[in-house]
Design a protein. Sequence first.
Length: 156
Amino acid sequence: METGTTAGTTALRRTLHERGFRMTPQRQLVLDAVEQLEHATPEQICATVQRVAPAVNITTVYRTLDLLERLGVVRHTHLGHGAPNYSVREHEHVHLVCHWCGKVAEAPVEVLDALGRDLAGEHGFQLDATHVALSGACAECAKSEAAPAEPTDGDD
């Protein structure tokens, strides 16, 4: 019985073949890096790949990530103002990004079920909660002076 990366690799090979592509060593290395790093920018993925294959460049990583995303194998999330972070498709959760310290925590997608129902009922909108990053203050920053207790509006 196949588990983990082996099962994912077999499914990816089959999907690539069905769509006229093949599993190249570079594609395998990029997928392995995404799985290993869990949340990573293309630059972090490239650095991990280059430890094994120094000739693989950032353009190859971006093209591979684009292909893997179109095939539904990986997904990206914007956790802030920088480059997107990639993770494997099965790694589904809501990202909680602290404005002050930059810490990223995870919450189950079910925390947004009520919002999803409201959006569907009122707007016909189908929320993809697995592709969401919420910004705020982590528990530690909320307790410290780093994060104001309430947003300030500048009217003092």
